[in-house]
Ligand binder design. Structure first.
Ligand SMILES: [Zn+2]
Length: 326
């Protein structure tokens, strides 16, 4: 039997129907989805609601995924942890990327329905999206009229937004290619590390999290940063930087990615963590450990004889930092 309810995702008037021990919600805005267990609908935080609205909005109303795996108390944390909440600045990048993906020719007008499309960009409501659009207009990244004229009783027309060359240039130069599913790997190139790459790092990325691994073999030019490396870092969504071996090139590449705003996941083999002093003269360092500037960061220290542990830790960290690419 259908009963009225406030939609657990958007708080609008919706209906619920119990089936088995869960509820089928039918919301005019969010569509149909299953939620709850043992006749309880889990309490969602504001952030979880935003994530759920985003997830549902990206699914076609007919998509069966929305009826699989009801969100309940036991799986809710895992479900929401896999959806990364963007920062305010990242929301702005999402809007620009959206416009850029829809733009096929210069000054093409892209329609945005703020009242519903706000879900795409993890905004709290339509007003937040309008605020972002206003900011982008002030920055001359986009052009558009944010005053809508329409007769009462008529549906609200969309905003017509044009992406300006300055906005396009910003996207290109910032390297914020949000569509990218590439992970760039910066690491020491020797045979031993090559095995760690093919046995652990590559499968952790590609099978474990669904991203594409990009490593440039530059054995001939050890420590030489090529244009190709810079280009591929710009194209990437995030980076894994392994600090084993204290390679200058790896630090340089990580710094470059960091400057672009790319998330960098640091790893290092345990025996390269600390400085190793000379046995006779303790003031002399014979092997440099992780540089103190980076040592304070959250880092995965791995052991040579525990590859599975390293793989697991890497998959978890990628999931937490950029979300799984499924
Ligand atoms: Zn709803």
């Amino acid at each position: 039997m259908e009963r009225p309810i406030n939609c657990p995702a958007c708080d609008n008037a919706a209906t619920k129907e119990s089936g088995g021990n869960l509820f089928r919600i039918d919301c005019p805005e969010c569509g149909e989805f299953n939620i709850g267990d043992a006749f309880n609908i889990p309490e969602l935080t504001e952030e979880e609601k935003i994530k759920l609205r985003h997830w549902l909005y990206n699914l076609d109303k007919e998509d069966v995924t929305r009826l699989k795996n009801p969100i309940n108390k036991s799986n809710k944390d895992k479900f929401f942890n896999n959806i990364k909440m963007p920062t305010i600045l990242e929301k702005i990048d999402l809007v620009l990327n959206y416009l850029s993906n829809k733009t096929n020719y210069f000054f093409q007008e892209i329609e945005i329905y703020a009242g519903t499309d706000y879900r795409l960009f993890f905004c709290k409501n339509g007003r937040e999206l309008v605020d972002i659009l206003r900011h982008l207009i002030d920055e001359t990244f986009i052009k558009g009229n944010l005053t809508l004229t329409y007769k009462s009783g008529e549906p609200k027309p969309p905003y017509k937004i044009q992406l300006m060359p300055k906005g396009l240039k910003y996207l290109e130069e910032s390297g914020k290619n949000l569509k990218s599913d590439q992970c760039f790997i910066a690491m020491w190139f020797n045979d031993e590390m090559q095995n760690v790459y093919s046995d652990v790092i590559n499968p952790a990325i590609e099978q474990g999290t669904g991203y594409k691994a990009m490593k440039i073999d530059n054995k001939e030019h050890v420590n030489y940063i090529t244009d190709e490396i810079i280009k591929e870092i710009r194209r990437s969504k995030f980076m894994i930087a392994d600090l084993t071996g204290y390679r200058g090139g790896v630090y340089y590449e990580a710094g470059f990615a960091f400057g672009l705003g790319l998330p960098v996941i640091f790893t290092c083999r345990e025996d390269w963590k600390d400085n190793i002093p000379d046995k006779e003269d303790k003031t002399k360092i014979i092997q440099e450990g992780v540089h103190f500037d980076v040592k304070q960061r959250n880092m995965i220290f791995w052991k040579k004889d525990e590859p599975e542990e390293f793989k697991k830790a890497l998959i978890n960290r990628i999931g937490a930092v950029v979300g799984l690419n499924t």
